[in-house]
Design a protein around this ligand. Sequence first.
Ligand code: IMP
Length: 493
Amino acid sequence: MYFNDDKIIGICGAAWGDEGKGKFTDVFADEAHIIARAQGGCNAGHTVIVGDMKLKLHQVPSGIIYPDKLNVIGNGVVLDPRVLVENEIKNLTAQGISTDNLKISGDAHIIMPWHRIIDRAREWRLAKNKIGTTARGIGPAYADKANRCGIRMNDLYDKKVLTEKIRVIAKEKEALLFGAWKLPVETFAEWMNMTDQLDGLWLKDGKFNVQTIADSYSDWTAKLKNYVTDTKKLINSAIKKNKKILLEGAQGLLLDIDHGTYPFVTSSNCSAGGFATGLGIPPQSIDRIYNILSAYTTRVGAGPFPTELGSEEEISSENGNNKMSFDQSAQLAKTAQDDYTVGKVIRHIAGEFGTTTGRPRRTGWFDAVACSLAAKINGPDVIITKLDVLDVMPKIKICTAYEYTGPETWYNGKTIKSGDKFTAFPTDARILKYCRAAEFIEFEGWNSNITSAEIYDELPTLAKKYLAGIEETTGCNIKLVSVGPKRSQTIIK
Ligand code: IMP
């Protein structure tokens, strides 16, 4: 029903991630024969709701809940075998879900213990300018891949060769950590325990313990042996057989290493282009890309966020343990005077707390300047999620222009100065840092519960006006609208 005549559909977050991709991955997975991940790794956190069951997945594609569908982890993913074996596969098995239908590319690069440590160490060195990574080792693993010194899934099956590789690489990483970066050995030990929960097993004399690392990785990979295959061959032969394939994106366009708000980005291509390279399929075989956009904007981690309601500092006082109920939030929405409180209402109504880290997400108004990038890079088709979260808001805004407030500088071939307006998104964090949301279109809130609307015409006129505003200001075509977390709460426009 949702695939229509398409055979290969890709789902991309169109902002900074957490737009609600999980639900739609699930909606489309229902009809697909294959569900494939092409990039990212366990920095992603997808919550899939099936009946009363809530599943948290990081690397395993969301189609795993269906025994008759293949789930592919492609060559473009950086895989953490520990998380896969000891967390994801273990939890799925405990819930009675088989993982026999999982396939892993032998060419996928592997997250090693030093990747997590280097991830933390870079953030520690950057201090105030840190990226706010998920500390899962993603950036350092992709850096080694690009630097041609990574370890791939296929490399893990010859213990002798693996041990030698680990010995050589560990020495290099120690020279970086303890030599150039002067990381205190105690901090290293603390992080090793924190990130790997192995009670120091991977440490020896304050260094990486080559033998136990090789043993641990060999144990996990032995458990993964039956899953590893040539996934390129598998998917391309499925394409020939006209199978329906869902390409499951992770993160979001504004976190893309090329098109996002560099350097506050992740280290992979989470735009549509990443699907072809991350799975080894012809780009022209992809029939449609859906941009997933939430009806307001969120961001986790550091970095510029022009339509942010409140500031990172204000939000850091909140934590996932003090959540407001829906009624408390709705009450607060009526009296909210300042931006931070409006943002807090959105955060608590929608439960915007990270799946992977539990961090409160930063929230803001819909940003048409940023979101119009999606139509240019991924194509115009959009799914709007979480529209119901705005049910209690008296006023709703869309930002249509930024004002630059920084020092005179040069960007993309021209001089820019304070007071200049941006209606096209500047993807350079150096510029974006000085951009303030300056022009808005304000919409009246519809002030009613839309969670049981089943067809487009059942939406209040004011909600339809808001959706039309999103289309006009971004150049996107809205195809589907989500009015609640359940699969059935999906409206075709
Ligand atoms: P990394 O991917 O862990 O290197 O983190 C880089 C940036 O991407 C940080 O701002 C993270 O918060 C953000 N990020 C990574 N994965 C996700 C995700 O799945 N959702 C939202 N933000 C993410």
